[in-house]
Each structure stands twice: as structure tokens, then as C-alpha cells.
Design a protein around this ligand. Structure first.
Ligand code: TRP
Length: 437
């Protein structure tokens, strides 16, 4: 058996603030763990173009980029094993953003949560709906789509609030593929359960926007002081306490083993005092963070070293991005006037090899079809509820053939004997063309 291609996992952190425990538990720690798995190919980056959407303080963006890069590395990211870079070092990303902009419905972007929230707020205040809304905020999902599609990511770990953006990236990829041939991989969101769960000092989700965060690499004394400020109820020592709804307990759980968590639950039941519980939390977090703190400080004090690491990462990323953007430019017709025969439409150009096309119809369902190199329809699917089901059916067809599909009539439009013959030839042509590239 040949070895399976590695799953490409990609995620970014927007560089607008100091990394806190929520970023660590939700994004940094899981990506560091994933990067140790030899089955994954990690692409991790500092989303500094995205930062410009929310922040107009240059010094803050620069500082945040430094702090997030240092945090990721101090937390154990092996930058030789993954591709670690700054978004703004990859000029092909804004270039791809434009290509995607041209296949993205404006209506799709109208529905993006962040944009809609801004409009709703303006409407509620009786202002112009787009008052103080930049085109950057409106285009945010397209830039994010370019981040993801540029590197053909399969999995994108994100918080719940970002799921919609991944769905939109899939839409952009399908539209582009439908028009110009199969260039993009359709990405899937991966939700880290603990992301939604880590509460901040006041019990609400830990977030810069609530100003309730605990910085990941605060000096020991500050960490201790902030933990002392976590809200609790007013139960006295000796009174039994509820773990449910306790921010302190939930934060502890995000750092502790199952046994340690069970021990704290017992201590709650036995009436541990809040002061002692806070001490336990402080010690547990400090135990994990202290060994990394020194390296963090060393990196912060040596920004040139980080510049160097990030530049090496950008060079590695651009080894993919440069040829890929060349391919995409060619596909849309931005190509040398002397290259090839000038075919008159994208529809003709895209059928040089037989290929599957995935698309969404007005009925909201997801379809695929197979066309041969002359652009003739070989096979037409029925509607699927999700792009994933359609994609899985294509994958099975390609790897195992027609016989592998149960209940054909519910998946495909009826096939004649001739269709089946055509199908077999076309599938093997696809396989051969994949071997030769
Ligand atoms: N929008 C993401 C956030 O704020 C950050 C981000 C930008 C991102 N580009 C991305 C995450 C691409 C995953 C993939 O959390």
C-alpha cells in the first residue's frame, strides 16, 4: 500500500493583542500537538492583514505579531516540521483574494456574521446601515478564503464563530472550480471543543473584546494576582461548592489531567476555600507555563531571530504559492499572449482533462457531474444535502468505482450501459492524468 498523503491543517491568529490563556488552550496548544503528528502537514500563520481590519495602531500590530509568534514557538511549535509564516509576507494571498472576489456573490458576503452584526447595530441606532463599516470588514471572508485555499488545506481548526467563514471558503472554491476546473481543495472546519468553553475572569468567554483575559506569559506575580480576581460565589470555607458554572473549575479542567480534575471536584464537594482553590489553579497553570516563559522572554528580546524564522517560513510557503498562483492566473486567462491556443471561453479551456465538478444549485442542494475532455457530460449526480456527502461520493467513485456505491439510483441520474462504459474509461483517464502530474 502506498502511504496516504498527509492531511494539511491550516490556521491563523489575528495579530491584534497579547496572547491569553484562551488563545493558548483554543489555538496554540492544539496546533502544537497536531504538529507532532507525522500524519499532518501544518500551516500556521500570523494573520496580520486581517489585523488591519480591526486595528489602526501600527505599533500594536507589530507588538502583537511579535508576541504571538514568540508564544507559538515557546509553546513548542517545531518550525522545521511545519510551515510557520506571516500572512503579509505572501503577496500571492492578496492576489488570490482578488481572483476569489470575482467569483464570490456580494449577497454571500452580506450574510457574514461580523458584517451583519455591524449593520444590525447601525440599524438599531438609526444610523446609515453601513456607517463606519469598512470594505475591509465586508471582504474579511474572502481574504480568509484566500489564506485557506492558497495552501489546499483539508482541515481548518477554528472557534465556533469562524465556521461560517470556512463554509464561505468552500463556496468560493466550488464556484471557482465550477468555472475554471478543479484547482481548489474544499476545506473543512475542525472545532476544538474547549475553545468555546474557556471562561475569562468574569465567567464570560475569555476574549479581548470582554477585557477579561489572563495573558499567557504574564510574569508569575501577575498571573497569581489575576487568578485571585476570578469571580466566585460567596460560599465560605467548609461549605460545599458547585463545579457547574464555576469559571475557576473550568479553567482548571483545561489544564489538568482527568485525575487532577476529579481531585478538585472532590475538594469542591468537601468545601475547599476559594483562596486555596485559586492557589491550586495558579500552581497548575504555572507548572505548564513556567518552563516556556523563559524561552518566550528570550524570543521577545530577540526579534531579529523571529524575523529570520518567519522569513524562512514565508520562503517555504511561497514555494507552493508562487507556482499555484501562476496556475490560477493561467486558468482565468491572465497568461502570455503567445501561450497555447486562445480558446474562447473558460468552459472550453477547463475540459482539457476529464474532471468532476462540484456545485450548488438554486434548490440549495449540492451536486456533482463528470465531464470528459470534450466537455460532454458523462454522469450527473442527484442532489446531496451537504458538500461533504457529494465529495465523499466522488472520492468513492474515483477510488473504488461504480460498484462500490450502494443504491445507485438515489445518488446518480439513471445510467445506460453506454454511460457505464464511458464512465469506466473516463475514470481511468482521470487516474492516469493524476499519476502523470
Ligand atoms: N479569522 C480568524 C480569527 O479571527 C483568523 C484567521 C484568518 C484564520 N485567516 C484564517 C483562521 C484562516 C483560520 C484560517 O480567529
Amino acid at each position: 500500500m502506498t502511504s496516504l498523503p498527509r492531511t494539511r491543517v491550516l490556521t491563523g491568529i489575528t495579530t491584534t493583542g497579547t496572547p491569553h490563556l484562551g488563545n493558548y488552550v483554543g489555538a496554540i496548544r492544539p496546533t502544537v500537538q497536531a504538529s507532532r503528528n507525522s500524519q499532518t502537514d501544518g500551516f500556521y500563520f500570523l494573520a496580520d492583514y486581517h489585523a488591519l481590519i480591526k486595528c489602526d495602531e501600527p505599533a500594536r500590530i507589530q507588538r502583537s505579531t511579535l508576541e504571538i509568534a514568540a508564544s507559538w514557538i515557546a509553546s513548542g511549535l517545531d518550525t522545521d516540521k511545519v510551515t510557520f509564516y506571516r500572512q503579509s509576507d505572501i503577496p500571492e494571498i492578496p492576489e488570490l483574494t482578488w481572483l476569489l472576489t470575482c467569483v464570490t456573490g456580494k449577497g454571500l458576503l452580506n450574510r457574514a456574521h461580523a458584517y451583519k452584526a455591524a449593520v444590525d447595530k447601525n440599524n438599531a441606532a438609526g444610523h446609515d446601515p453601513d456607517s463606519d463599516v469598512t470594505a475591509g470588514l465586508f471582504m474579511y471572508p474572502v481574504l480568509m478564503g484566500a489564506d485557506i485555499l492558497m495552501f489546499k488545506a483539508h482541515k481548518v481548526p477554528v472557534g465556533r464563530d469562524q465556521i461560517q467563514h470556512i463554509e464561505m471558503a468552500r463556496d468560493m472554491a466550488s464556484s471557482f472550480n465550477h468555472l475554471y476546473g478543479e484547482h481548489f481543495v474544499l476545506p473543512e472546519a475542525v472545532i476544538e471543543e474547549s475553545v468555546a468553553l474557556l471562561p475569562g475572569l468574569d465567567g464570560r468567554k475569555m476574549s479581548k473584546s470582554y477585557d477579561n483575559t489572563i495573558p499567557l506569559f504574564a510574569p508569575t506575580a501577575q498571573l497569581k494576582k489575576q487568578i485571585a480576581g476570578i469571580v466566585t460565589d460567596s460560599k465560605a470555607p467548609g461549605e460545599s461548592k458547585a463545579t457547574e458554572g464555576s469559571a475557576l473549575f473550568q479553567i482548571y479542567q483545561a489544564f489538568a489531567s482527568a485525575d487532577e480534575t476529579a481531585a478538585l471536584a472532590k475538594a469542591y464537594a468537601d468545601g475547599i476555600g476559594w483562596g486555596d482553590a485559586k492557589q491550586m489553579l495558579f500552581e497548575r497553570i504555572d507548572r505548564e507555563v513556567a518552563p516556556m516563559r523563559e524561552q518566550y522572554q528570550a524570543l521577545i528580546n530577540n526579534p531579529a531571530q523571529l524575523d529570520h524564522i518567519l522569513q524562512a517560513g514565508a520562503d517555504k510557503a511561497r514555494q507552493m504559492a508562487v507556482p499555484f498562483i501562476r496556475e490560477l492566473r493561467h486558468a482565468v486567462g491572465l497568461r502570455a499572449l503567445s501561450s497555447g491556443v486562445a480558446t474562447s471561453s473558460a468552459k472550453e479551456a477547463k475540459t482539457a482533462v476529464p474532471s468532476f465538478k462540484q456545485y450548488r444549485e438554486k434548490d440549495g442542494q449540492f451536486y456533482f457531474k463528470l465531464v470528459n475532455e470534450q466537455g460532454q457530460l458523462i454522469l450527473q449526480s442527484r442532489g446531496f444535502a451537504s458538500p461533504k456527502e457529494a465529495g465523499q461520493t466522488i472520492a468513492r467513485l474515483q477510488t473504488e468505482g461504480l460498484d462500490s456505491l450502494p443504491d445507485l439510483s438515489s445518488l446518480l441520474e439513471p445510467l445506460t450501459a453506454e454511460d457505464v462504459l464511458n464512465l469506466t474509461t473516463t475514470l481511468s483517464k482521470i487516474k492516469n492524468s493524476q499519476k502523470s502530474t
